[in-house]
Design a protein around this ligand. Structure first.
Ligand SMILES: O=C(O)CCC(=O)C(=O)O
Length: 287
């Protein structure tokens, strides 16, 4: 898949124009989002800082149904439909096959995590019935001043679990909790990196923890990484599972609506708001 994507970077250039014009017309498509745009709506941010990358997103089910805004009083939903470039012609089929297989792995992982928490394998299955999962193909162009920018700024993944493929260039770093050092995650051929996301941290009442990570840049080489974000339905209220709450281990988090959280993370006017994007710490129970 990574090799195929590398060959496709240039071939998808013509897709950018179509993708971007469709998005600005209707605001309801997935597809390409680029690093070099001056358009506020085309920018990807992490923690209110511009990322040095371009991305191609597609959902595992053909479309994503998510809240239109993070306003809690706004019930409107937005359906974002997958968009595909005409070239290379096999890109759509290969990408759909990729997400189909990756999703099977994610389902298995969630079952195993559930068992590890002393719950039934299917305990979490229902949350994913109208899932909002998607694949993101990250392309990090070479950066002439890599120490002045980041491919993706430090963040934890918002969803349940992430299955991440990366090429052999390297750049992913994970923060070591004990001393705050950034540790390089060396690429291993044909191996995935599995990230626990915020939702799993909360469902497990902090038995699992989502690691902070970021992607640094290379001065000479392009880099590709492909996370699959396994996310529940937008209407799910995320809160610790009742089986994991006890007098000895009270609930550590307040409930929140996943769709609204997702919409908030994805809002594009962070610079105007002058705030960092929302973190799960906002939902931590005090004490
Ligand atoms: O490029 C990477 O290795 C990490 C990507 C990532 O963390 C993300 O897209 O959220």
């Amino acid at each position: 898949m990574i090799e195929d994507i590398n060959c496709s970077i240039d071939l998808t250039r013509d897709h950018k124009k179509k993708s971007n014009s469709a998005k600005s017309a209707a605001g309801q498509f997935m597809g390409l989002d680029k690093a070099g745009s001056n358009d506020q709506n085309e920018r990807k941010h992490t923690k209110n800082v511009r990322d040095w990358k371009e991305v191609f997103d597609y959902s595992s089910t053909g479309s994503l149904e998510i809240p239109a805004s993070d306003d809690p009083f706004d019930d409107a939903l937005l359906k974002k439909i997958n968009q595909w470039p005409e070239n290379p012609p096999e890109f759509k089929e290969a990408s759909e096959e990729y997400v189909c297989q990756t999703e099977k792995l994610a389902v298995k992982l969630v079952e195993l995590i559930s068992l590890s928490l002393g719950l039934g394998a299917d305990r979490l299955k229902g949350f994913f019935e109208k899932e909002t999962s998607f694949v993101r193909i990250n392309h990090y162009p070479p950066c002439p001043e890599p120490h002045l920018a980041l491919g993706v700024g430090r963040h934890t993944d918002a969803g349940a679990v992430t299955v991440l493929a990366q090429d052999d260039v390297g750049g992913l770093e994970v923060k070591r909790k004990t001393d705050g050092e950034w540790i390089a995650v060396q690429p291993i051929p044909n191996a995935y990196i599995i990230n626990i996301g915020n939702i799993m941290q909360i469902w497990s009442n902090a038995e699992y923890e989502s690691p902070e990570h970021r992607a640094i840049l290379n001065p000479e080489k392009d880099r590709i990484s492909i996370p699959f974000f396994f996310n529940p339905a937008h209407y799910i209220m995320v809160e610790p599972l009742e089986e994991l709450i006890s007098d000895e281990r009270p609930s550590k988090y307040k409930a929140y609506n996943w769709g609204k959280f997702f919409a908030s993370r994805n809002r594009t006017n962070l610079q105007k708001l002058n705030v960092e994007n929302i973190q799960i710490d906002h939902f931590k129970v005090a004490g």
